[in-house]
Ligand binder design. Structure first.
Ligand code: HEC
Length: 465
Protein backbone atom coordinates (compact mmCIF):
# COMPACT_ATOMS: atom_id res chain seq x y z
CA UNK A 1 0.00 0.00 0.00
CA UNK A 2 1.33 3.43 -0.83
CA UNK A 3 2.58 5.65 1.98
CA UNK A 4 1.09 8.73 0.36
CA UNK A 5 -2.37 7.62 1.43
CA UNK A 6 -1.45 7.23 5.06
CA UNK A 7 0.49 10.44 5.61
CA UNK A 8 -2.27 13.04 5.04
CA UNK A 9 -4.48 11.01 7.32
CA UNK A 10 -2.19 11.52 10.30
CA UNK A 11 -2.62 15.28 10.26
CA UNK A 12 -6.39 14.87 10.57
CA UNK A 13 -5.99 12.48 13.47
CA UNK A 14 -4.62 15.28 15.52
CA UNK A 15 -7.49 17.60 14.58
CA UNK A 16 -10.25 15.24 15.61
CA UNK A 17 -8.39 13.48 18.35
CA UNK A 18 -11.12 11.22 19.67
CA UNK A 19 -12.61 10.25 16.30
CA UNK A 20 -11.36 7.63 13.88
CA UNK A 21 -8.87 8.96 11.35
CA UNK A 22 -10.34 9.78 7.92
CA UNK A 23 -8.13 7.06 6.50
CA UNK A 24 -9.64 4.48 8.85
CA UNK A 25 -13.15 5.80 8.17
CA UNK A 26 -12.51 5.53 4.47
CA UNK A 27 -11.26 1.97 4.74
CA UNK A 28 -14.18 0.91 6.92
CA UNK A 29 -17.03 2.59 5.09
CA UNK A 30 -16.02 3.54 1.57
CA UNK A 31 -13.22 1.34 0.21
CA UNK A 32 -15.51 -1.58 -0.52
CA UNK A 33 -17.16 0.40 -3.30
CA UNK A 34 -14.74 3.19 -4.16
CA UNK A 35 -11.61 1.01 -4.04
CA UNK A 36 -8.70 0.68 -1.62
CA UNK A 37 -7.00 3.66 -3.25
CA UNK A 38 -10.12 5.68 -4.18
CA UNK A 39 -9.72 4.39 -7.72
CA UNK A 40 -13.24 2.97 -7.98
CA UNK A 41 -14.56 -0.56 -8.01
CA UNK A 42 -18.26 -1.03 -7.49
CA UNK A 43 -18.58 2.73 -7.78
CA UNK A 44 -16.73 5.43 -9.64
CA UNK A 45 -13.26 6.64 -8.84
CA UNK A 46 -13.08 9.48 -6.30
CA UNK A 47 -9.70 10.71 -7.53
CA UNK A 48 -10.13 11.11 -11.27
CA UNK A 49 -10.90 14.82 -10.98
CA UNK A 50 -14.46 14.15 -12.10
CA UNK A 51 -17.28 14.89 -9.66
CA UNK A 52 -20.65 14.16 -11.20
CA UNK A 53 -22.54 15.56 -8.23
CA UNK A 54 -20.51 18.63 -7.37
CA UNK A 55 -16.84 19.22 -6.57
CA UNK A 56 -17.02 21.62 -3.63
CA UNK A 57 -16.45 20.63 0.00
CA UNK A 58 -20.17 21.38 0.62
CA UNK A 59 -21.41 19.28 -2.31
CA UNK A 60 -19.28 16.30 -1.38
CA UNK A 61 -20.26 16.49 2.29
CA UNK A 62 -23.91 16.56 1.25
CA UNK A 63 -23.47 13.53 -1.02
CA UNK A 64 -21.87 11.56 1.78
CA UNK A 65 -24.47 12.65 4.36
CA UNK A 66 -27.60 12.13 2.21
CA UNK A 67 -26.32 9.49 -0.18
CA UNK A 68 -27.30 9.15 -3.85
CA UNK A 69 -29.94 6.52 -3.41
CA UNK A 70 -30.85 5.71 -6.99
CA UNK A 71 -27.21 4.93 -7.84
CA UNK A 72 -26.48 2.90 -4.73
CA UNK A 73 -24.45 5.43 -2.77
CA UNK A 74 -25.59 4.95 0.84
CA UNK A 75 -26.44 7.85 3.17
CA UNK A 76 -24.06 8.20 6.12
CA UNK A 77 -25.99 10.73 8.21
CA UNK A 78 -26.89 8.01 10.72
CA UNK A 79 -23.44 6.41 10.82
CA UNK A 80 -20.93 9.27 10.72
CA UNK A 81 -20.80 12.52 12.63
CA UNK A 82 -20.69 15.85 10.76
CA UNK A 83 -17.07 16.39 11.84
CA UNK A 84 -16.13 12.98 10.51
CA UNK A 85 -17.88 13.67 7.21
CA UNK A 86 -16.02 16.96 6.74
CA UNK A 87 -12.68 15.40 7.69
CA UNK A 88 -13.34 12.58 5.23
CA UNK A 89 -14.21 15.09 2.52
CA UNK A 90 -11.00 17.09 3.07
CA UNK A 91 -9.10 13.83 2.99
CA UNK A 92 -10.69 12.86 -0.36
CA UNK A 93 -9.91 16.22 -1.90
CA UNK A 94 -6.35 16.11 -0.61
CA UNK A 95 -5.85 12.55 -1.85
CA UNK A 96 -7.09 13.58 -5.25
CA UNK A 97 -4.41 16.24 -5.34
CA UNK A 98 -1.64 13.92 -4.21
CA UNK A 99 -1.49 12.14 -7.55
CA UNK A 100 -2.20 8.77 -5.98
CA UNK A 101 -3.49 7.51 -9.22
CA UNK A 102 -0.04 6.54 -10.42
CA UNK A 103 -0.62 2.85 -10.20
CA UNK A 104 1.94 0.14 -9.75
CA UNK A 105 3.35 -0.99 -13.04
CA UNK A 106 1.98 -4.15 -14.56
CA UNK A 107 4.51 -6.86 -13.67
CA UNK A 108 6.38 -8.63 -16.47
CA UNK A 109 6.44 -11.94 -14.67
CA UNK A 110 4.53 -13.58 -11.86
CA UNK A 111 5.66 -16.25 -9.41
CA UNK A 112 3.04 -18.80 -8.43
CA UNK A 113 3.28 -22.11 -6.61
CA UNK A 114 3.19 -24.08 -9.86
CA UNK A 115 4.46 -21.78 -12.59
CA UNK A 116 6.57 -18.77 -13.43
CA UNK A 117 4.32 -16.73 -15.66
CA UNK A 118 4.95 -14.28 -18.46
CA UNK A 119 2.58 -11.30 -18.56
CA UNK A 120 1.91 -9.55 -21.87
CA UNK A 121 -0.47 -6.74 -22.77
CA UNK A 122 -2.94 -8.15 -25.30
CA UNK A 123 -4.88 -4.90 -25.74
CA UNK A 124 -5.02 -1.46 -24.16
CA UNK A 125 -6.79 1.86 -24.43
CA UNK A 126 -10.22 0.36 -23.82
CA UNK A 127 -12.93 2.21 -21.88
CA UNK A 128 -14.28 0.11 -19.00
CA UNK A 129 -13.84 -3.22 -20.83
CA UNK A 130 -16.31 -5.62 -19.22
CA UNK A 131 -16.43 -9.05 -20.83
CA UNK A 132 -14.42 -11.04 -23.37
CA UNK A 133 -15.64 -13.94 -25.51
CA UNK A 134 -13.44 -16.03 -27.77
CA UNK A 135 -14.54 -17.67 -30.98
CA UNK A 136 -11.13 -19.19 -31.62
CA UNK A 137 -7.46 -18.26 -31.27
CA UNK A 138 -7.80 -15.52 -33.87
CA UNK A 139 -11.06 -13.84 -33.02
CA UNK A 140 -12.51 -12.42 -29.81
CA UNK A 141 -15.14 -9.86 -28.86
CA UNK A 142 -14.85 -7.42 -25.96
CA UNK A 143 -17.60 -5.22 -24.55
CA UNK A 144 -16.91 -1.71 -23.31
CA UNK A 145 -19.47 -0.69 -20.71
CA UNK A 146 -20.32 2.72 -22.21
CA UNK A 147 -21.86 0.75 -25.10
CA UNK A 148 -19.25 -0.43 -27.58
CA UNK A 149 -18.50 -3.91 -28.91
CA UNK A 150 -14.86 -4.30 -29.98
CA UNK A 151 -13.13 -6.97 -32.05
CA UNK A 152 -9.71 -8.48 -31.42
CA UNK A 153 -8.53 -10.13 -34.62
CA UNK A 154 -5.22 -11.99 -34.91
CA UNK A 155 -4.12 -10.50 -31.60
CA UNK A 156 -4.91 -6.93 -32.60
CA UNK A 157 -7.67 -4.71 -31.24
CA UNK A 158 -9.45 -3.26 -34.27
CA UNK A 159 -9.78 0.52 -34.05
CA UNK A 160 -13.51 0.72 -34.83
CA UNK A 161 -16.30 -0.59 -32.66
CA UNK A 162 -19.08 -2.64 -34.27
CA UNK A 163 -21.75 -0.27 -35.60
CA UNK A 164 -25.36 -0.41 -34.54
CA UNK A 165 -25.14 -2.44 -31.32
CA UNK A 166 -28.08 -1.92 -28.93
CA UNK A 167 -28.52 1.40 -27.18
CA UNK A 168 -27.58 0.95 -23.54
CA UNK A 169 -28.32 2.91 -20.40
CA UNK A 170 -24.74 3.67 -19.42
CA UNK A 171 -25.32 5.14 -15.97
CA UNK A 172 -23.99 3.87 -12.65
CA UNK A 173 -23.08 0.20 -13.08
CA UNK A 174 -25.08 -0.15 -16.28
CA UNK A 175 -24.11 -0.29 -19.92
CA UNK A 176 -23.05 -2.97 -22.35
CA UNK A 177 -22.13 -5.93 -20.15
CA UNK A 178 -21.83 -9.56 -21.22
CA UNK A 179 -21.01 -11.02 -24.65
CA UNK A 180 -21.05 -14.67 -25.81
CA UNK A 181 -20.87 -16.67 -29.03
CA UNK A 182 -23.59 -19.18 -29.81
CA UNK A 183 -22.35 -22.75 -29.09
CA UNK A 184 -23.17 -23.54 -32.75
CA UNK A 185 -21.78 -20.28 -34.10
CA UNK A 186 -19.68 -21.98 -36.78
CA UNK A 187 -22.55 -24.04 -38.12
CA UNK A 188 -24.03 -22.71 -41.27
CA UNK A 189 -26.71 -20.04 -40.88
CA UNK A 190 -26.02 -19.61 -37.18
CA UNK A 191 -23.48 -16.84 -36.47
CA UNK A 192 -25.41 -15.61 -33.42
CA UNK A 193 -23.75 -13.40 -30.86
CA UNK A 194 -25.46 -12.70 -27.53
CA UNK A 195 -25.22 -9.44 -25.62
CA UNK A 196 -26.48 -8.43 -22.18
CA UNK A 197 -27.08 -4.80 -21.48
CA UNK A 198 -28.93 -2.50 -19.15
CA UNK A 199 -32.03 -1.51 -21.01
CA UNK A 200 -33.71 1.78 -20.18
CA UNK A 201 -37.35 2.66 -20.90
CA UNK A 202 -38.40 6.04 -22.26
CA UNK A 203 -38.68 8.32 -19.21
CA UNK A 204 -42.17 9.54 -18.44
CA UNK A 205 -42.65 13.24 -17.83
CA UNK A 206 -40.80 14.21 -14.64
CA UNK A 207 -39.96 10.63 -13.70
CA UNK A 208 -36.75 8.60 -13.78
CA UNK A 209 -36.76 5.91 -16.44
CA UNK A 210 -36.99 2.29 -15.38
CA UNK A 211 -34.17 -0.08 -16.33
CA UNK A 212 -33.45 -3.80 -16.30
CA UNK A 213 -30.95 -6.29 -17.68
CA UNK A 214 -31.92 -7.49 -21.15
CA UNK A 215 -30.44 -10.12 -23.51
CA UNK A 216 -30.40 -9.75 -27.29
CA UNK A 217 -28.74 -11.69 -30.06
CA UNK A 218 -27.60 -10.50 -33.44
CA UNK A 219 -24.98 -11.02 -36.11
CA UNK A 220 -21.98 -9.01 -37.22
CA UNK A 221 -21.84 -8.49 -40.97
CA UNK A 222 -19.24 -6.05 -42.35
CA UNK A 223 -18.73 -4.60 -38.90
CA UNK A 224 -22.46 -3.89 -38.61
CA UNK A 225 -24.73 -5.39 -35.93
CA UNK A 226 -27.73 -6.89 -37.79
CA UNK A 227 -30.67 -9.31 -37.43
CA UNK A 228 -31.19 -8.31 -33.80
CA UNK A 229 -33.68 -10.37 -31.77
CA UNK A 230 -34.61 -9.81 -28.15
CA UNK A 231 -34.19 -13.12 -26.31
CA UNK A 232 -35.02 -11.89 -22.81
CA UNK A 233 -36.84 -8.75 -21.79
CA UNK A 234 -38.60 -8.60 -18.43
CA UNK A 235 -42.11 -7.13 -18.16
CA UNK A 236 -41.66 -3.36 -18.06
CA UNK A 237 -43.60 -2.98 -14.82
CA UNK A 238 -40.75 -4.86 -13.10
CA UNK A 239 -38.14 -2.33 -14.30
CA UNK A 240 -36.36 -0.34 -11.55
CA UNK A 241 -35.21 3.26 -11.45
CA UNK A 242 -31.91 2.35 -9.74
CA UNK A 243 -28.74 2.14 -11.80
CA UNK A 244 -26.86 -0.67 -10.08
CA UNK A 245 -26.84 -4.46 -9.53
CA UNK A 246 -27.57 -5.58 -13.09
CA UNK A 247 -25.37 -8.74 -12.95
CA UNK A 248 -24.36 -10.48 -15.41
CA UNK A 249 -22.55 -12.99 -17.62
CA UNK A 250 -23.89 -15.35 -20.30
CA UNK A 251 -22.99 -19.08 -20.30
CA UNK A 252 -24.36 -22.22 -21.97
CA UNK A 253 -24.68 -25.73 -20.61
CA UNK A 254 -24.24 -28.96 -22.60
CA UNK A 255 -27.85 -28.85 -23.78
CA UNK A 256 -27.07 -25.35 -25.04
CA UNK A 257 -29.46 -23.66 -22.65
CA UNK A 258 -28.50 -20.06 -21.92
CA UNK A 259 -27.97 -18.88 -18.34
CA UNK A 260 -27.68 -15.30 -17.18
CA UNK A 261 -28.11 -13.47 -13.91
CA UNK A 262 -29.80 -10.27 -12.80
CA UNK A 263 -28.72 -8.59 -9.58
CA UNK A 264 -31.30 -7.43 -7.04
CA UNK A 265 -31.25 -3.95 -8.67
CA UNK A 266 -30.85 -2.45 -5.21
CA UNK A 267 -34.12 -3.74 -3.75
CA UNK A 268 -33.04 -6.62 -1.48
CA UNK A 269 -36.43 -8.31 -0.84
CA UNK A 270 -37.05 -8.77 -4.57
CA UNK A 271 -34.41 -11.50 -4.57
CA UNK A 272 -36.95 -13.65 -2.65
CA UNK A 273 -39.92 -12.74 -4.86
CA UNK A 274 -40.38 -15.23 -7.70
CA UNK A 275 -42.66 -12.89 -9.62
CA UNK A 276 -39.74 -10.54 -10.22
CA UNK A 277 -36.73 -10.94 -12.51
CA UNK A 278 -34.16 -9.30 -10.20
CA UNK A 279 -32.02 -11.21 -7.71
CA UNK A 280 -32.24 -14.37 -9.87
CA UNK A 281 -30.35 -16.77 -12.10
CA UNK A 282 -32.32 -17.34 -15.33
CA UNK A 283 -32.28 -20.20 -17.81
CA UNK A 284 -33.73 -19.82 -21.30
CA UNK A 285 -33.31 -21.38 -24.72
CA UNK A 286 -31.18 -19.57 -27.21
CA UNK A 287 -34.20 -18.26 -29.10
CA UNK A 288 -35.70 -16.90 -25.89
CA UNK A 289 -38.25 -19.65 -25.34
CA UNK A 290 -38.44 -21.25 -21.91
CA UNK A 291 -37.36 -24.86 -21.29
CA UNK A 292 -40.36 -26.84 -19.92
CA UNK A 293 -38.13 -28.46 -17.30
CA UNK A 294 -37.32 -25.11 -15.68
CA UNK A 295 -38.08 -25.47 -11.96
CA UNK A 296 -40.85 -22.87 -11.75
CA UNK A 297 -42.28 -23.46 -15.21
CA UNK A 298 -45.66 -24.56 -13.90
CA UNK A 299 -45.84 -22.32 -10.86
CA UNK A 300 -48.38 -19.52 -11.24
CA UNK A 301 -47.04 -16.08 -10.37
CA UNK A 302 -43.41 -17.20 -10.79
CA UNK A 303 -41.39 -16.06 -13.80
CA UNK A 304 -40.81 -19.26 -15.78
CA UNK A 305 -37.26 -18.28 -16.77
CA UNK A 306 -36.08 -18.39 -13.13
CA UNK A 307 -33.64 -21.20 -12.41
CA UNK A 308 -32.48 -20.21 -8.90
CA UNK A 309 -33.04 -17.20 -6.63
CA UNK A 310 -31.96 -15.25 -3.56
CA UNK A 311 -28.81 -13.78 -5.14
CA UNK A 312 -27.54 -10.23 -4.70
CA UNK A 313 -25.36 -9.14 -7.61
CA UNK A 314 -23.84 -12.03 -9.56
CA UNK A 315 -21.22 -10.82 -12.01
CA UNK A 316 -19.58 -14.21 -12.47
CA UNK A 317 -21.02 -17.35 -14.07
CA UNK A 318 -19.05 -20.36 -15.29
CA UNK A 319 -19.82 -23.94 -16.29
CA UNK A 320 -17.50 -26.61 -14.92
CA UNK A 321 -15.81 -28.23 -17.96
CA UNK A 322 -16.24 -31.78 -16.64
CA UNK A 323 -19.28 -31.83 -14.39
CA UNK A 324 -21.32 -29.24 -16.34
CA UNK A 325 -22.28 -27.66 -13.00
CA UNK A 326 -23.15 -23.97 -12.96
CA UNK A 327 -20.93 -21.90 -10.64
CA UNK A 328 -21.68 -18.34 -9.67
CA UNK A 329 -19.76 -15.46 -8.09
CA UNK A 330 -21.64 -12.64 -6.44
CA UNK A 331 -20.91 -9.29 -4.88
CA UNK A 332 -22.23 -9.54 -1.37
CA UNK A 333 -22.66 -6.67 1.03
CA UNK A 334 -19.57 -5.79 3.09
CA UNK A 335 -17.95 -9.08 4.05
CA UNK A 336 -20.25 -11.32 2.05
CA UNK A 337 -18.83 -11.96 -1.42
CA UNK A 338 -19.77 -15.50 -2.36
CA UNK A 339 -19.05 -18.40 -4.66
CA UNK A 340 -22.14 -20.58 -5.11
CA UNK A 341 -22.87 -23.82 -6.86
CA UNK A 342 -26.18 -23.11 -8.57
CA UNK A 343 -28.79 -25.87 -8.55
CA UNK A 344 -32.34 -25.64 -9.93
CA UNK A 345 -35.02 -24.15 -7.67
CA UNK A 346 -32.56 -23.44 -4.86
CA UNK A 347 -32.73 -20.32 -2.75
CA UNK A 348 -29.34 -18.73 -2.04
CA UNK A 349 -30.71 -16.74 0.85
CA UNK A 350 -30.20 -13.05 0.02
CA UNK A 351 -31.15 -10.95 1.97
CA UNK A 352 -32.46 -13.32 4.65
CA UNK A 353 -29.08 -14.90 5.31
CA UNK A 354 -25.68 -13.39 4.54
CA UNK A 355 -22.18 -13.26 5.96
CA UNK A 356 -22.01 -9.56 5.18
CA UNK A 357 -23.22 -6.31 6.72
CA UNK A 358 -24.50 -3.19 4.94
CA UNK A 359 -21.89 -0.99 3.32
CA UNK A 360 -22.87 1.88 5.61
CA UNK A 361 -22.03 -0.23 8.67
CA UNK A 362 -25.55 -1.16 9.80
CA UNK A 363 -26.40 -4.84 10.08
CA UNK A 364 -28.66 -6.65 7.60
CA UNK A 365 -29.43 -9.78 9.54
CA UNK A 366 -27.83 -11.80 12.30
CA UNK A 367 -28.44 -15.14 10.68
CA UNK A 368 -25.99 -16.78 8.34
CA UNK A 369 -27.87 -20.04 7.79
CA UNK A 370 -31.46 -21.10 7.54
CA UNK A 371 -33.37 -24.23 6.65
CA UNK A 372 -34.26 -24.25 2.96
CA UNK A 373 -31.51 -21.79 2.02
CA UNK A 374 -28.18 -22.70 0.46
CA UNK A 375 -24.81 -21.96 2.00
CA UNK A 376 -22.13 -20.47 -0.25
CA UNK A 377 -19.33 -22.82 -1.30
CA UNK A 378 -16.88 -20.07 -0.30
CA UNK A 379 -17.10 -16.51 0.93
CA UNK A 380 -14.73 -13.64 1.55
CA UNK A 381 -14.54 -11.47 4.60
CA UNK A 382 -13.66 -8.69 3.97
CA UNK A 383 -15.19 -8.53 0.51
CA UNK A 384 -12.76 -8.52 -2.38
CA UNK A 385 -15.45 -7.15 -4.75
CA UNK A 386 -15.45 -10.47 -6.51
CA UNK A 387 -16.44 -10.00 -10.12
CA UNK A 388 -15.79 -12.66 -12.75
CA UNK A 389 -14.97 -16.37 -12.66
CA UNK A 390 -13.87 -18.94 -15.22
CA UNK A 391 -12.63 -22.51 -15.05
CA UNK A 392 -9.18 -23.13 -16.48
CA UNK A 393 -9.66 -25.65 -19.29
CA UNK A 394 -6.58 -25.15 -21.48
CA UNK A 395 -3.34 -27.07 -21.93
CA UNK A 396 -0.69 -24.45 -21.20
CA UNK A 397 -1.06 -24.78 -17.42
CA UNK A 398 -1.78 -28.52 -17.00
CA UNK A 399 -1.63 -28.36 -13.19
CA UNK A 400 -4.42 -25.78 -13.21
CA UNK A 401 -6.88 -27.86 -15.18
CA UNK A 402 -10.43 -27.33 -13.86
CA UNK A 403 -9.30 -24.86 -11.22
CA UNK A 404 -11.41 -21.75 -10.87
CA UNK A 405 -10.01 -18.31 -11.67
CA UNK A 406 -11.72 -15.53 -9.69
CA UNK A 407 -11.06 -11.83 -10.29
CA UNK A 408 -11.75 -8.98 -7.87
CA UNK A 409 -12.32 -5.29 -8.48
CA UNK A 410 -11.54 -3.81 -5.10
CA UNK A 411 -8.72 -6.13 -4.06
CA UNK A 412 -7.35 -5.93 -7.60
CA UNK A 413 -6.42 -9.57 -7.58
CA UNK A 414 -6.91 -12.86 -9.38
CA UNK A 415 -7.23 -15.96 -7.24
CA UNK A 416 -6.92 -19.56 -8.24
CA UNK A 417 -9.32 -21.84 -6.37
CA UNK A 418 -8.69 -25.53 -6.19
CA UNK A 419 -12.09 -27.22 -6.30
CA UNK A 420 -12.92 -30.77 -5.41
CA UNK A 421 -16.53 -31.79 -5.86
CA UNK A 422 -18.43 -28.90 -4.40
CA UNK A 423 -15.73 -27.65 -2.05
CA UNK A 424 -12.87 -25.16 -2.33
CA UNK A 425 -9.72 -26.85 -1.03
CA UNK A 426 -7.13 -24.16 -1.57
CA UNK A 427 -6.85 -20.55 -2.68
CA UNK A 428 -3.81 -18.81 -4.16
CA UNK A 429 -3.49 -15.18 -5.26
CA UNK A 430 -1.73 -15.28 -8.63
CA UNK A 431 -1.92 -11.58 -9.57
CA UNK A 432 -2.25 -8.57 -7.30
CA UNK A 433 -2.28 -4.79 -7.63
CA UNK A 434 -2.12 -4.44 -11.41
CA UNK A 435 -5.60 -2.91 -11.61
CA UNK A 436 -9.27 -3.65 -10.93
CA UNK A 437 -10.11 -7.04 -12.39
CA UNK A 438 -13.37 -7.04 -14.36
CA UNK A 439 -13.07 -10.34 -16.18
CA UNK A 440 -10.95 -13.49 -16.23
CA UNK A 441 -11.06 -16.02 -19.07
CA UNK A 442 -9.29 -19.09 -20.28
CA UNK A 443 -8.57 -18.47 -23.96
CA UNK A 444 -8.76 -21.13 -26.70
CA UNK A 445 -4.94 -20.92 -26.89
CA UNK A 446 -4.71 -22.00 -23.23
CA UNK A 447 -3.52 -18.56 -22.09
CA UNK A 448 -5.27 -16.80 -19.23
CA UNK A 449 -6.79 -13.45 -20.16
CA UNK A 450 -7.42 -10.80 -17.55
CA UNK A 451 -9.45 -7.67 -18.17
CA UNK A 452 -8.37 -4.72 -16.05
CA UNK A 453 -10.24 -1.47 -15.64
CA UNK A 454 -8.80 1.95 -15.07
CA UNK A 455 -6.95 1.94 -17.38
CA UNK A 456 -8.79 -0.56 -19.60
CA UNK A 457 -6.23 -3.22 -20.45
CA UNK A 458 -6.28 -6.90 -21.35
CA UNK A 459 -3.41 -9.06 -20.05
CA UNK A 460 -2.35 -12.41 -21.48
CA UNK A 461 -0.67 -14.87 -19.12
CA UNK A 462 1.39 -17.81 -20.38
CA UNK A 463 3.95 -20.02 -18.65
CA UNK A 464 7.50 -18.73 -19.00
CA UNK A 465 9.45 -21.28 -20.98
C1 HEC B 1 -22.35 0.53 -1.59
C2 HEC B 1 -21.34 1.19 -2.35
C3 HEC B 1 -20.82 2.54 -1.88
C4 HEC B 1 -20.25 2.86 -0.68
C5 HEC B 1 -19.98 1.92 0.47
C6 HEC B 1 -19.88 4.24 -0.75
N1 HEC B 1 -20.25 4.76 -1.94
FE1 HEC B 1 -19.93 6.66 -2.58
N2 HEC B 1 -20.91 6.24 -4.29
C7 HEC B 1 -21.40 5.02 -4.65
C8 HEC B 1 -22.04 5.13 -5.94
C9 HEC B 1 -22.69 3.99 -6.70
C10 HEC B 1 -21.90 6.47 -6.32
C11 HEC B 1 -22.43 7.12 -7.59
C12 HEC B 1 -21.34 7.26 -8.59
C13 HEC B 1 -21.28 6.10 -9.48
O1 HEC B 1 -21.94 6.13 -10.50
O2 HEC B 1 -20.55 5.16 -9.16
C14 HEC B 1 -21.19 7.13 -5.28
C15 HEC B 1 -20.86 8.46 -5.30
C16 HEC B 1 -20.13 9.11 -4.34
C17 HEC B 1 -19.76 10.48 -4.38
C18 HEC B 1 -20.11 11.45 -5.48
C19 HEC B 1 -19.09 11.32 -6.57
C20 HEC B 1 -19.27 12.32 -7.66
O3 HEC B 1 -18.85 11.98 -8.79
O4 HEC B 1 -19.78 13.41 -7.44
C21 HEC B 1 -19.00 10.74 -3.28
C22 HEC B 1 -18.38 12.05 -2.88
C23 HEC B 1 -18.91 9.52 -2.54
N3 HEC B 1 -19.61 8.55 -3.21
C24 HEC B 1 -18.22 9.37 -1.35
C25 HEC B 1 -18.28 8.23 -0.58
C26 HEC B 1 -17.70 8.14 0.74
C27 HEC B 1 -16.88 9.21 1.41
C28 HEC B 1 -18.01 6.91 1.21
C29 HEC B 1 -17.70 6.32 2.57
C30 HEC B 1 -18.17 7.08 3.69
C31 HEC B 1 -18.78 6.22 0.18
N4 HEC B 1 -18.92 7.06 -0.88
C32 HEC B 1 -19.25 4.93 0.27
C33 HEC B 1 -21.34 3.86 -3.93
C34 HEC B 1 -20.82 3.75 -2.66
Amino acid sequence: MKKSIIIPALSFCTIIASAQSPDALYRTHCASCHGARFQGGNAESLVDGHWQFGASQTDIEKNIRDGIEHLGMPAYAATLRDAEISALTRYLLESENTAIRQREKIPETLETLDYRIKVEIAAEGLEVPWDIAFLNENYALVTERPGRLRIIENGRLLPNAVNGTPTVLAEGQGGLLAVAFDPDYLQENNRWIYLANSHGLEPEEGKRAGAMTRIVRGRIVDNQWTDEQVVFEAPHETYRTTRHHYGTRIVFDREKNLYFSIGDRGTDPHAQDLSRPNGKIHRIRRDGSIPEDNPFYNQDSAMPSIFAYGVRNPQGLAIHPETDQLWEAEHGPMGGDEINLIRPAKNYGWPVITYGINYNGTSITDIVRKEGMEQPVWYWRPSTALCAIDFYSGDLFPRWKNKLLAGALKFEDVRLLDIEGDRVMHEEIILKGAGRVRDVACGPDGAIYIILNDPGTILRLTPES
